[in-house]
Design a protein. Structure first.
Length: 285
């Protein structure tokens, strides 16, 4: 199952979704069976695993998150396996945050970032630190009792500060990775989700922008319109797949966001004066 998050929870008015200023927190996620999820994160996230385990599958490795561990993810697409305990229990909380929160956090606490390397995923256990554990427990209780936004946000910041104290180099690298991509964030989100974009409305939903904001952003960053930009990116992705993969034309059309293979062939021929098959025969490696 593919989920674009937190969009999915917003559209479906998920009862356990709490707004904390420009943050969103999905709390008391309880599952009754193991599952594999294709999560398209349009925001960064902090995953707090309370019971059960989670495996995040990346291109290079699998990262296992156990109970009483926190995992930070930058905005991206992830495959996740979520598993219950032997007692058939799984429970977690997920906080979604954006670049603005990161900038405000750094400024508020006068943090001078000293990144060592890029870090898109950061995990840290908290069960062996009683102060950290107390903070997470209180945050969960605050959410359950719907305490004021100001108190909830302070608890979120407190969790980040615990991580900063225990893993300063790693958090510096994680936050730097986010800020290094801030200016191009929207373009990155759109490129990562080309296969599920059908129109401008979908682009706005994914990026949390109005149509006017989206047009201004695309014009500033790419000097074109949203429609022309997405059409170009679809065709660029198609040429790469034709050159470097053995996927058939229908599979490539679907992966590049075309509703039908005939429409893909028509648009490709219009742009390159040859069919995808002819292109592949000349360029396939």
């Amino acid at each position: 199952m593919t989920y674009v998050v937190p969009n999915y929870f917003l559209v479906n008015n998920y009862k356990n979704l709490t707004h904390i200023d420009n943050l969103l927190c999905l709390h008391s996620i309880v599952k009754g069976h193991n599952s594999i999820v294709d999560a398209r994160n349009t925001m960064h996230s902090m995953n707090i695993l309370i019971e059960g385990s989670k495996i995040i599958h990346t291109e290079n490795k699998n990262i296992t998150i156990e109970a009483k561990e926190i995992c930070f993810l930058t905005q991206n697409n992830y495959y996740m396996s979520e598993r219950m305990t032997k007692e058939s229990r799984y429970k977690s909380m997920v906080l979604y945050f954006d670049d603005t929160f990161v900038l405000e956090f750094i400024k508020k606490y006068a943090i001078e970032l000293q990144a060592i390397q890029e870090l898109e995923i950061l995990k840290i256990p908290y069960k062996q630190n009683r102060f950290f554990t107390a903070t997470v427990t209180l945050f969960e209780e605050y959410l359950e009792h719907q305490l004021p936004t100001e108190l909830l946000k302070l608890k979120v910041e407190e969790i980040f500060l615990h991580v900063l104290r225990l893993k300063p180099k790693e958090l510096h690298s994680f936050l730097s990775t986010i800020l290094n991509k801030t200016e191009k964030r929207v373009l990155h989100i759109l490129e990562s989700n080309i296969d599920i974009i059908e129109n401008i409305k979908d682009m706005c939903t994914l990026t949390h922008l109005t149509s006017n904001q989206l047009r201004r952003y695309i014009k500033k960053q790419a000097h074109t319109t949203p429609k022309l930009w997405i059409d170009t990116k679809r065709l660029q992705k198609a040429t790469l797949l034709l050159k470097n993969s053995d996927k058939n034309i229908t599979e490539i059309a679907t992966e590049c966001g075309y509703a039908t293979s005939s429409w893909f062939i028509s648009q490709f021929k219009k742009e390159y004066a040859q069919t995808p098959k002819e292109f592949r025969e000349k360029n396939h490696s």
